[in-house]
Structures are given as C-alpha cells and as structure tokens.
Design a protein around this ligand. Structure first.
Ligand code: IPE
Ligand code: MG
Length: 221
C-alpha cells in the first residue's frame, strides 16, 4: 500500500492525512476482495524498516492502526479470519493486545483470511522460522534431516496460508521492499502508478484481469 505520503503532498496536506485516506482505501478494498471471492489477501501496512520514519509519523500510524483495529469488526468482521504477520512485541501494549484478541476471536472463520503485515520484513520472517526450527531441533522435536520446504513454510508468519499468487504494488515503485520474500517465489507482479488512497475495486479488477492473462509455468513448460 504505497503512495499515501505523495497523495497528501499533491493536495498540500500533511502525510498523516494521506495515511488516513489510505486506511479508508483499505476498508473498501477488503470489502471488494470479499465480494470477489478472494480467499487470502495480505496487506503490507508497516515494515520492519518503517520505524526509521520521524517519530511523529510513526506515532500517528500507531494511533491509526489502533483506531482501524478497533472498528475492524464492523467492516471485516463479516466472518473473516485476521492474522498479523510480524513480531508484535515492539508495538504499544494496547495495540498488541488488540491484535492478539482479533486473531483469537477470528480464528474460527475459514471463508476468507486477511493478513495484515505489521512490523513485517521478509528477512525477519525467514529468521523467525529458522529460530523456531532451531528450537524444535534443540529440544529433539525435529531432526535437521526432516526439514524440507514444506516444514520451513509452515514456520513462517504466514503458517499454512498458500504462497502469494499475485503481488500488487501501488504508486509506481517497482520493488519488493522486503515483502513476502519466501512466499513470492513464483508470484506474478502487478505495478500501477495509482497512489494507494486512490486504489479501489476498479483498480483491483484491472490487476486481477492482468493476472488472469498470465501464463504460469512454475519453471515447467
Ligand atoms: C505507504 O505510504 C504507507 C506506509 C508505509 C505506512 P508511504 O508513506 O510510503 O507514501 P509515500 O511513498 O511517501 O508516497
Ligand atoms: Mg512509500
């Protein structure tokens, strides 16, 4: 979800209002995904590198996350499972508790899974999985010879969710920025110049149409 800052700057507004508009777009896109029958969708909300931003911007984002999660039941509680990707520990306690409660309360839903990547980094994801496996091995619960790609995948923050099929990036940037490094091994990419606050169902459909026209061979012929 890139381009909130530029969206605000174009209108002479502070960056925070760009993030607010971005949260509005997220609400609508989540609903569109549900309508279109998408079973798994992941949004990159905050990276392990975003802590480098000015403290005022980080604080404003934390407040926005809190407000967003407080009303998540209203717009996405329509029987969707919520999973957070990333280490929750650096977040303020209030936010952390809300995240944990949402995961727990929505764990029973299976029709749609919404993954919110918050304090997420693809490298951190892989290191976290390696640590979990090392611990299991040290405790004698797994033998190193038994570790394969499937076992490793299962240890990532995404757990049993399937690999990413399509990665959409807004705002004209063409890079992965430490998003789902492992899970995107055979993902298709779609880039649009549209800034995230302007991204809507029409844009989503364009991305899906592009995806539908790709020939995916997964290294085969
Ligand atoms: C993405 O928008 C939102 C977050 C990373 C939280 P940006 O804040 O990166 O917007 P630009 O890139 O400055 O336009
Ligand atoms: Mg950006």
């Amino acid at each position: 979800m890139d381009g909130n800052g530029r969206w605000a700057a174009k209108r002479g507004l502070p960056r925070n209002l760009g993030h607010k508009a971005g949260a509005e777009a997220l609400r609508k896109v989540v609903d569109s995904c549900r309508r279109l029958g998408i079973q798994y969708v992941t949004f990159y909300a905050f990276s392990t590198e975003n802590w480098k931003r000015p403290v005022e911007e980080v604080n404003a984002l934390m407040k926005l996350f809190k407000d967003y999660l407080d009303e998540v039941d209203r717009f996405s509680g329509k029987k969707s499972r919520i999973i957070f990707l990333g280490d929750k520990s650096p977040f303020p306690a209030e936010l952390r508790d809300r995240m944990t409660a949402l995961e727990k309360d929505s764990a029973q839903y299976t029709s749609m899974t919404i993954m919110l990547a918050m304090n997420y980094g693809g490298r951190d994801d892989i290191v976290y999985a390696a640590k979990r496996l090392a611990r299991l091995s040290a405790e004698g619960d797994i033998s190193p010879e038994d570790i394969d790609e499937k076992t490793f995948s299962g240890m990532l923050y995404t757990g049993s969710a399937p690999d990413a099929d399509l990665i959409v990036r807004s705002s004209g940037e063409q890079r992965l920025s430490n998003f789902l490094l492992w899970q995107s091994a055979y993902a298709e990419f779609y880039f649009t110049d549209t800034l995230w606050p302007d991204f809507d169902e029409k844009e989503l459909k364009k991305a899906l149409e592009s995806f539908a026209a790709r020939s995916r061979r997964f290294g085969g012929v």
